[in-house]
Design a protein around this ligand. Structure first.
Ligand code: GLN
Length: 447
């Protein structure tokens, strides 16, 4: 009740919630109370949560931040949504996001930008900007997000909250609207690593309905949270501290690494020589997969359909032109181009080869260290509108987060300080495959 009132008061400014499910939330809270009265004592029972509007929710519209799905109501719920509801979590609503998760500032949303609660003239990051802003503003204690190239970690950093992108395959993608399927991974955003671990305990599980879900995905992420850091080997990649990194961000992350050293970690430098190619590799592969995934929005199925089409081709063309925003159309054009017969070898195949090299970089580094640490973002939150005219400048906001998705390894962002102007700074922890529990452990000891 108190949170619903807070949402009603603050959301007109922040625009973090696209849908508030007040009636359903009050009913779910009453049901959770009844379960508690009957003797149940689950840690998440009755705890509020909100979902990025990319997760399908039966009976509640799922827009994916797009006009294309403005009135879309899925007949089923995503596995993540179902699992958290079964634990007794109370869904308060659906959260704003960049259109089809394509963006780094939440400004590509058809429903308008989200504002950063620390400074409402600044972006919250993206694409899970609504999730990060809602948690940062105290509208909800935890939220779900998705991360294809940084979309959990980058907004978590810019809004001063904690978020984890788990190892690829750990969290089911069933019912999570696809952007780039080989990179997409859902995960939690919350106030602390401990809260993220609590959610991940429920979110991470094998799901036969997702063919890339890992069979051994279940694990207790709370168990190892308190382990001391004595003997932890921390790697610091020089590629993450080069030109373009804001000096205040660099200083805060360095201080974070020193704190871990004080707790007994050893720090050494590592090389990720192919990291400079991550952004260009991603912007071939992600649009290629997106162009295929988004082909299903044809004006016939799902929602947006143009008025009085001349014929079937006109129906497809105009429905898609009207339903998709400029960034989504740009990605589809790039994707179909790099997949086309004449260019496939030059772009798509080449990008797949570089992806292997990036994966190899991490494999070599994790032979020497347990975690790799660097900044999550090159700068703190930037002003609304600052990068809209220049897509490449916007793409560079993910320069430190994208290699992780190409490799499929887990990574998280946690707050490590503030700029003099009062904007939060995020530190990124990266781990080897299935080292999600170690990342949460390190973050928890730091916090
Ligand atoms: N900002 C990146 C993009 O626009 C990453 C988005 C994401 O992780 N979903 O594609």
């Amino acid at each position: 009740g108190a949170l619903l009132a807070r949402i009603a008061r603050m959301n007109p400014t922040l625009n973090a919630f696209l849908t508030v499910t007040e009636t359903e939330a009050l009913a779910a809270a009453a049901a959770a109370d009844a379960r508690r009265a009957a003797g149940e004592d689950g840690l998440l029972l009755g705890i509020p949560v909100a979902h990025k509007d990319i997760f399908c929710t039966a009976g509640v519209r799922t827009t994916c931040g797009s006009k294309m799905l403005e009135r879309f109501v899925s007949p089923y719920s995503a596995t993540v949504v179902e699992r958290l509801a079964a634990e007794g979590m109370v869904m308060l609503g659906k959260l704003n996001m960049d259109e089809f998760a394509m963006g780094s500032s939440n400004e590509t949303s058809y429903f308008g930008a989200v504002r950063n609660p620390w400074h409402t003239g600044m972006v919250p990051g993206g694409s899970s900007g609504g999730s990060a802003a809602a948690v940062a503003a105290g509208l909800v204690p935890a939220a779900t997000g998705t991360d294809t190239g940084g979309s959990i970690r980058q907004p978590a950093a810019l809004c001063g909250v904690t978020g984890i992108k788990p190892t690829y395959g750990r969290v089911s993608r069933y019912g999570m609207i696809a952007f780039a399927s080989s990179l997409d991974q859902g995960g939690p955003l919350a106030r602390s690593a401990e809260d993220c671990a609590l959610l991940l305990n429920v979110m991470a599980a094998h799901d036969p309905r997702d063919s890339t879900s890992h069979p051994a995905a279940a694990s207790d992420f709370l168990r190892g949270l308190d382990r001391p850091l004595q003997g932890l080997r921390v790697g610091v990649p020089e590629e993450f501290f080069g030109a373009g990194l804001d000096p205040e961000v660099a200083a805060a992350v360095q201080a974070g690494i020193e704190e871990l050293a004080r707790q007994g970690a050893s720090v050494q430098s590592v090389r990720l020589p192919n990291n400079p190619y991550a952004v260009s590799t991603y912007y071939v592969l992600a649009p290629a997969e997106a162009s295929s995934n988004l082909a299903r929005f044809d004006g016939v199925r799902y929602t947006h359909r143009t008025e009085v089409p001349k014929d079937l081709t006109d129906l497809y063309q105009r429905s898609r032109y009207e339903g998709f925003g400029a960034e989504v159309r740009r990605r589809i054009l790039v994707g179909t181009y790099v997949l086309s017969a004449g260019y496939y070898d030059a772009y798509y195949r080449k990008a797949q080869q570089v992806r292997s090299l990036i994966r190899e970089d991490f494999r070599r580094a994790f032979a020497e260290v347990d975690v790799i640490i660097g900044p999550t973002t090159p700068t703190p939150a930037f002003p609304l509108g600052a990068k809209n005219a220049d897509p490449v400048a916007m793409y560079l906001a993910d320069i430190y987060t994208i290699a992780v998705n190409l490799a499929g390894i887990p990574a998280m962002s946690l707050p490590c300080g503030f700029t003099r102007g009062g904007l939060p700074i995020g530190m990124q922890l990266m781990g080897d495959y299935f080292a999600d529990d170690l990342l949460l452990n390190v973050a928890h000891r730091y916090q």
